[in-house]
Ligand binder design. Structure first.
Ligand code: FAD
Ligand code: FO1
Length: 494
């Protein structure tokens, strides 16, 4: 990359660890970018920073990725999507940028420091996630790498870096919005293009990844939640969802966003970007930059989309970062905890076990449809997610159990699960986070209530239920056909 003086806004980069003392070898080692949350070659501030630092020191740059043995219970659906995206990313990184890619398996607290040591790295760059596990791994890695290695963290996920947007836990969208909007002119800027690495004298032996084998392994181990066929992974697929000529969100679908986004019977009105944003296969900043280009034509829809994409999404990161108990009742505001506890032993009309909920065996056909949408389609409509979580509060024996169940199911089945927006979505629905108190009622206390009748007034509930029935029917039919085909193939081989 032609190194501009300031490739990345300094506000986007935090020094987690300063280098002390002289480097162990006479020649400075490579810059290692430990890719985590932002799994893309394009529009990636962490990669841009790594390349820029490497160019300035005239050393090579390399990307390292750690595949955990267990990552918050992820199954074939999520791991398959991630690895297939990475496989494509590697070929882009290597063929167009000449940047080697290393994949390690195990615990990052071991694999990353080992790699740093073995390749004699001079700098470790990583991207940012507010989740507690990730933060604790980074702390341990900073402690274990050699004193001569600095560690930089780059917020490549948020449009306005989390620590610049706010230094504290924000009360709600209202309080964060003004802060973010003020900073957009400074941070919502075009990305420089990354070109081939200047110094590609990479002496460390490359190790190739057997992607076919790796993916087959995770798909087999996580078969309980199978992969999705409708959601193509990777950066190119993500750009197609955003800008594709045939069915792109900004090119074809955005006009209905402000009017239809709360209608679960019209899922195409939503962008469909959350799987790509979650795995960092697309940058939210790219989505925002492209959306602003059509703001004149679709002002209301673009404004609504930017509110979700920037303010709501970055508010979720703010919550998870500044509230260590982001997935527990203890993380709720005082008023919400109080009202929920006051109503914790209220009589419930129905109580369902986790298994009954998981199998969509409730008396509410609308809730069952949304649960089946999540289990089989892998992405529940955004409006239904609120109703779905609130009903879990109504049908379990207390708010803690409700929250734990909602997070468990969300993370197990949603393709975009394990995301700050997921934890905050559950906390908003069940614990009133970022919301206000409403008229008090049984079980919910002052937490905002939603019911079947309200949904019926808002959208075609029967149409949605019938659509999910069809969708699940088609999936089951396809699965049966595949099993039959596999069975025949095995018999023929035998
Ligand atoms: P669009 O409406 O097109 O939105 C575009 C983008 O804006 C989304 O991809 C997302 O990044 C952001 N966004 C939209 N709504 C929200 C919101 N309420 N909060 C924060 N960011 C938002 N989102 C996840 O990414 N992962 C989850 O696991 C998740 N679980 C949720 C659970 C519950 C109970 C609730 C109420 C919400 C949850 N959300 C989650 C937030 C939201 O429902 C999804 O981001 C959205 O439905 C994704 O679909 P989309 O990209 O087509 O949405
Ligand atoms: N990131 C990794 O660096 N290694 C993994 O093995 C890994 C698995 C994984 C599984 C499911 C999932 O939803 C995300 C996963 N991520 C993984 C990505 C990432 O780290 C997360 O998106 C962030 O933690 C969210 O902040």
């Amino acid at each position: 990359m032609a190194s501009p003086v300031q490739a990345v806004h300094p506000g986007r980069v935090r020094v987690l660890k300063q280098a002390t003392g002289a480097p162990p070898a006479a020649v400075a080692g490579p810059v290692v970018y430990w890719m985590f949350r932002d799994q893309r070659a394009r529009d990636n501030w962490a990669l841009i920073h790594a390349v820029d630092q490497a160019d300035k020191a005239n050393v090579p740059v390399v990307v390292a990725f750690n595949l955990f043995d267990q990552f918050l219970g992820a199954k074939a659906r999520q791991l398959g999507f991630m690895l297939r995206g990475l496989e494509k990313l590697v070929s882009d990184l290597q063929s167009t940028l000449g940047i080697p890619f290393f994949l390690f398996q195990g615990e990052a607290i071991n694999t990353i420091p080992n790699f740093i040591r073995e390749c004699g790295a001079s700098l470790l760059v990583t991207d940012f996630s507010p989740l507690r596990e990730v933060r604790s791994w980074k702390e341990r890695i900073c402690e274990s790498v050699d004193g001569s290695v600095a560690v930089h963290e780059v917020d490549a996920h948020n449009v306005v870096p989390l620590w610049v947007a706010s230094g504290k836990l924000e009360y709600g969208a209202r309080t964060l919005r003004a802060k973010i909007n003020k900073l957009l002119p400074e941070y919502l800027v075009e990305f420089p293009t990354v070109g081939p690495a200047k110094n590609n004298k990479w002496a460390f032996p490359n190790h190739s990844v057997d992607w076919g084998q790796l993916i087959a392994d995770v798909v087999r181990k996580g078969a309980e939640v199978p992969e999705l066929e409708w959601c193509e992974p990777g950066e190119h697929a993500a750009m197609e969802v955003l800008m594709g000529i045939k069915d792109g969100f900004l090119t074809k679908r955005i006009k209905n966003y402000s009017t239809d986004r709360n209608n679960p019977f019209k899922p195409k009105a939503l962008s469909g970007l959350s799987p790509y944003l979650h795995f960092g296969q697309i940058s939210a900043q790219r989505c925002a930059l492209e959306a602003r280009k059509i703001q004149k034509s679709y002002a209301k829809a673009v404004d609504t989309f930017l509110e979700e994409l920037i303010v709501r999404r970055e508010l979720a990161d703010n919550f998870c970062y500044y509230q260590p108990q982001y997935d527990s009742l203890q993380g709720a505001w005082e008023w919400a905890r109080k009202t929920l506890m006051e109503h914790a032993s209220d009589k419930r009309e129905h109580i369902y076990t986790r298994e009954q909920l998981e199998k969509a065996q409730t008396a509410d056909p609308l809730w069952n449809a949304s649960q089946l949408e999540m289990v089989h389609h892998g992405k529940m409509h955004g409006f239904m997610r609120m109703y779905w979580a609130k009903k879990i509060l109504e049908w379990t024996s207390g708010p803690e159990e409700a929250l734990a169940t909602a997070i468990y199911l969300n993370d197990k089945y949603e393709i975009d699960g394990r995301d700050p927006s997921g934890y905050v979505g559950c906390m908003w629905s069940i614990c009133g986070v970022h919301d206000q108190g409403w008229r008090e009622r049984p079980v919910f206390g002052k937490i905002r209530y939603m019911n079947f009748a309200g949904c019926k007034r808002k959208f075609d509930v029967d149409g949605y239920i019938a659509y999910i029935k069809r969708l699940v029917g088609e999936k089951k039919k396809r699965k049966a056909e595949t099993l039959l085909y596999d069975d025949k193939a095995t018999k023929l081989q035998g």
